[in-house]
Write a protein that binds this ligand. Structure first.
Ligand code: URP
Ligand code: ZN
Ligand code: ZN
Length: 473
């Protein structure tokens, strides 16, 4: 008779706060016991000499998000969660995006159908509110938050998504009333449009000019404004995909003034620079067109510092999967177009965890505990999934990564997404997940993916634990 379905023996377990040696006993998909010399498991894995961390929670990725034609995302919930699993991520949170004129409820139901029966690991949804009608503000959004969709993104740029300041105040007020986490994409839309027109008039339309149209000041101004709007409403916010010093300074200022402003950053701001968009007019730079754009080496260091000193709570991929050589991707209609028309975003679901474990922890830039906080615990707390997700604790889902320390060269041909490139091609890493375990099942064994479409469940999110306790009255 076995005591457990699976025992991971001799693990060096790392959580956001502690590191300890133990066996991990798993029953019915959950961690049932932690301790030395646990009883037998139906299956046993010896992790001697290896580190075990919580499975990653990628709290910002885009999968099968409806796009204006001809654009289409390469990854759906099948290929996206396959790629996540093979890179050590066991929970993904993509976006149910409302389009202007659409009901928010309809957007969620459409997205639910897109995910149904496809995912290999668990998932939750953020909402994107792009049309805050009275019905959305008074009925749909409060109801959806109560049903477990407790976070939403607001765009300050992109014509088809952006809200004006008055609309942002209205939506933030719902977050305050209902206890939701508001995520802000902070870039000043009018400044970008003004700069884009000038660049186009001068014939500067190559991919690299995307970065010229979105200098740090447009991010700084919008970050400052987002903070002021949140202060007015008296609600915590989370600024997503922070790229460098100027936005970081705004967030530090807010924190110093006692405001609850959280922040997320992404691998592209640690490992890419604006030069990756091209030092000449080559169209290859389209591969790294994302917003905000990557900055420079000095700004990479600012981001490393913020990861270490607690400025950032969340490290996400912002996986936005557009093929490079495809009419539905970075070459709309098959053409090399002006940077204005290049779909924004880069792939990164599968590489996020290994990049930070290798170049952060193993390179001596960050502790293993901080890594866990940024990649799993922090995002689970920010979006109402903790302690079920994001930690190693009795009762938590048995979502785990057993790390292999070995040299790995990133090659797109070996990744499991459906995108035809990775911006990190050829990069040498010191480790890769040797096992990814999702609710007690091995989904990746270091060599092979173990598919089971539909095993991933849609998670209902609770009140984000980073929010203050519910107000009385
Ligand atoms: O360029 C990016 N980040 N594309 C994805 C959409 C978004 O704004 O996160
Ligand atoms: Zn964004
Ligand atoms: Zn995004």
């Amino acid at each position: 008779m076995s005591d457990f379905d699976l025992v991971i023996r001799n693990a060096r377990a790392v959580t956001a706060s502690d590191t300890f040696d133990c066996d991990i006993g798993i029953r019915a998909g959950r961690i049932a016991q932690l301790g030395a010399g646990l009883g037998p498991g139906a299956r046993e894995i010896d992790a001697a000499g290896r580190t075990v961390t919580p499975g990653g929670v990628d709290a910002h990725c885009h999968l099968d998000q409806p796009m204006p034609p001809p654009q289409r995302m390469a990854d759906d919930f099948d290929t996206g969660t396959r790629s996540a699993a093979c890179g050590g991520t066991t929970t993904v949170i993509p976006f149910a995006a409302q389009h202007k004129g659409q009901s928010l409820r309809a957007a969620v139901e459409d997205y639910r159908a897109r995910a149904e029966g496809k995912a290999h690991v668990d998932y939750a949804f953020h909402l994107i509110v792009s049309d805050p009608t009275p019905e959305v503000l008074k009925v749909e959004l409060p109801a959806l938050i109560r049903e477990g969709f407790t976070s939403f993104k607001i765009y300050m740029t992109y014509d088809d998504m952006k809200l004006d300041d008055g609309q942002i105040l209205d939506v933030l007020d719902v977050a305050r009333q209902e206890g939701a986490m508001a995520m802000l994409h902070a870039e000043n839309s009018d400044c970008i449009e003004w700069l884009t027109r000038r660049l186009e008039a001068a014939g500067r339309t190559a991919p690299r000019f995307h970065a010229h149209a979105r200098p740090m000041l447009v991010e700084r101004e919008a970050t400052h404004r987002a903070i002021a709007l949140a202060e007015l409403v008296d609600v915590p916010i989370l600024i997503v995909h922070v790229s460098g010093r100027e936005a970081v300074e705004q967030i530090r200022w807010a924190r110093a003034h006692g405001l609850n402003v959280f922040a997320e950053t992404c691998p592209q701001y640690l490992f890419l620079t604006a030069e990756d968009l091209g030092i000449d007019d080559s169209y290859k730079g389209a591969k790294c067109v994302c917003s905000p754009p990557p900055r420079d080496k000095a700004n990479q260091q600012v981001i490393w510092d913020g990861l270490n000193d607690g400025l950032f709570t969340v490290f996400s991929s912002d996986h936005a999967p557009f093929k490079f050589d495809a009419p539905e991707g970075k070459k709309p209609g098959g053409e090399e177009v002006s940077f204005r028309h290049i779909p924004n975003g880069i792939p990164g679901l599968e590489t996020r965890m290994a990049l930070l474990w290798s170049e952060g922890v193993l390179a001596g830039r960050m502790t293993a505990n901080r890594f866990v906080d940024l990649t799993a615990t922090g995002p689970a707390k920010a979006y109402g999934l903790h302690p079920r997700k994001g930690t190693i604790a009795i009762g938590a889902d048995a979502d785990l990564v057993v790390w292999d320390e070995r040299e790995v060269v990133i090659e797109n041909a070996k990744l499991h997404h459906a995108v035809d490139y990775t911006p990190y091609e050829g990069m040498r890493l010191k480790a890769w997940p040797g096992l990814t375990i999702s609710r007690g099942e091995v989904v990746w064994d270091g060599q092979d993916f173990h598919p089971r479409r539909g095993r991933g469940e849609l998670l209902a999110c609770g009140r984000p634990s980073l929010l203050p306790a519910r107000r009385a009255g």
